[in-house]
Design a protein around this ligand. Structure first.
Ligand SMILES: C[S@@+](CC[C@H](N)C(=O)[O-])C[C@H]1O[C@@H](n2cnc3c(N)ncnc32)[C@H](O)[C@@H]1O
Length: 298
């Protein structure tokens, strides 16, 4: 048996030795998540004794973290848009900046009366589930789709849909990009997507933690493949008043704008993230009209 404060100090020392940038925060996370206690509790009761079993579990998690495994994968959970999501190494860990996409999507769906909604490359299902949780479903007009190219990913998204009581509301599709909708001649009012947008070149220089995440979720050769596909096939799949709400690689903003304008869409808005980098783009299907209007940068 050891006192909590002794365990705290020994964990803190290990993070410090390994040059983690925030050893206190890392220690707090390992302890609060392993023991299912709040941060306040840990600092208020440093004298509590921990059992051998608790220490064994803490050490197992600590070892993972010292090897840079992301906290979300160690504890198989991530909060997104105020909701809990199960995550494992088959899916991307939901990012805070993707909440901008969800916010824009909810707003657009409500104000423009958009009912046929699809999330392309759904991952943990965080986008579509967060959107649905913020809509009034009593009108019964909505149709929700979530797609991914990987079966294992779809299983995770289904698990989250079940947890949030939405499994009967979402049609999950194992398909490549918009293929299912193209093949079945189905129209959508809004296409949401946070596609893989890191280029092969950029992938070589990322933080250690990122390499635990599936490359399939992050990388497309130039970073532009999904946007090219969307710009081309959107004309077939989107309804007249249809919209895209897409997360983007900030380095590719101008290329993405050029691509969609060239294909006769209207760029409605570009939303910047917490670092003030362009992160989400809203695009309207303008059906052949060429617009001179510039987009609003927020
Ligand atoms: C950046 S992750 C986004 C995950 C989740 N929507 C989010 O925002 O956290 C991209 C997702 O696209 C999926 N994906 C990759 N290639 C695909 C393709 N050709 N067609 C459909 N989905 C694909 C990946 O499996 C991954 O789940």
């Amino acid at each position: 048996m050891f006192y909590l404060k002794e365990i705290y100090s020994s964990i803190y020392k290990k993070f410090k030795e390994k040059n983690f940038s925030s050893p206190h925060i890392e220690t707090e996370l390992i302890l609060t998540k392993s023991l299912n206690l709040t941060k306040e509790y840990i600092y208020t009761y440093p004298q509590i004794l921990l059992s051998k079993r608790q220490i064994k579990y803490i050490n197992k998690n600590l070892l993972y973290r010292l090897n840079h495994k992301p906290i979300a994968y160690i504890f198989k959970n991530k909060e997104f848009f105020g909701l809990n999501f199960y995550v494992d190494e088959n899916v991307l860990i939901p990012r805070q900046e993707t909440e901008f996409l969800v916010e824009e999507a909810i707003n657009l769906i409500k104000t423009k009366n958009l009912y046929k909604i699809s999330d392309i490359g759904t991952g943990s299902g965080n986008i579509i589930i967060s959107v649905i949780k913020n809509l009034d479903l009593s009108c019964n007009k909505y149709k929700f789709y979530a797609t991914d190219i990987s079966n294992k990913v779809i299983d995770v998204a289904k698990k989250n849909a079940k947890y949030h009581n939405l499994n009967a509301k979402i049609k999950f599709l194992l398909t490549d990009k918009l293929k299912y909708f193209i093949d079945n001649n189905l129209k959508l009012d809004i296409i949401l997507s946070n596609p893989p947008y890191v280029s092969e070149k950029e992938y070589k220089n990322l933080q250690q933690e990122i390499y635990y995440e599936p490359k399939l979720a992050l990388v497309s050769y130039t970073g532009l493949e999904f946007y090219e596909h969307f710009a081309f096939y959107g004309k077939k799949v989107l309804s007249t008043n249809g919209h895209f709400v897409l997360e983007i690689n900030s380095n590719l903003l101008n290329k993405i704008i050029f691509l969609f304008e060239k294909n006769k869409y209207e760029i409605v808005k570009v939303v910047n993230d917490y670092q003030n980098l362009p992160r989400v783009i809203i695009i309207k299907n303008s059906y052949g009209k060429v617009h001179n209007r510039r987009w609003n940068k927020t």
